[in-house]
Design a protein around this ligand. Sequence first.
Ligand code: GAR
Length: 193
Amino acid sequence: MKKIAVLVSGGGTNLQAILDAQKAGVIKSGKVTCVISSSKNAYALERAKNADVPAVAMTRADYGDGLCDAICDYLIEQKIDYIVLAGFLVILKGKILKEFENRIINIHPSLIPSFCGDGFYGLKVHEAALSYGVKVTGATVHFVNEITDGGKIIMQQAVEVRDGDTPEVLQKRVMEEAEWKILPLAIEKVCSK
Ligand code: GAR
């Protein structure tokens, strides 16, 4: 059984999808043993607590430029096998990328290589897709390397864009039809290897 750490910054609906998939047996080769939030008041911390998963906040305010290294040290100490970025808004840099090479996965709310890279996160991704006028968008799960959203793709799911979509409406559809499904599947795929 692989030990998984989930890193979050906000609402944590993807964390919830992972915890639910674990309960349902969709994820069976790994177990979430630790949640780290980059924000002290992220609702994701409540979700972890409700599922009895140990959770800590590690913030820029507390660690400054040493944040990524501190997270790395903590995850080594916790003997974590895989790191899942589920709406984690800190770009990982430095030794953690080497230490956990091919063991960090991220969910991004578009079909990479569209609408990704530095500055594309959360609603901004959907705003960009709508303003470009694409008719299909989706979500991508990929490995994390030193290039933002540039690591090898593990899984993708397309979602249609509909007339009259707002960024919020599109975000919800992408989460429901793509993110919450492929993230657990990709985690199981990686952990079962
Ligand atoms: C999700 O849509 C996730 O794909 C996105 O942030 C949201 C977090 O929601 N991540 C990125 O944009 C990363 N570049 P959640 O906290 O409810 O899971």
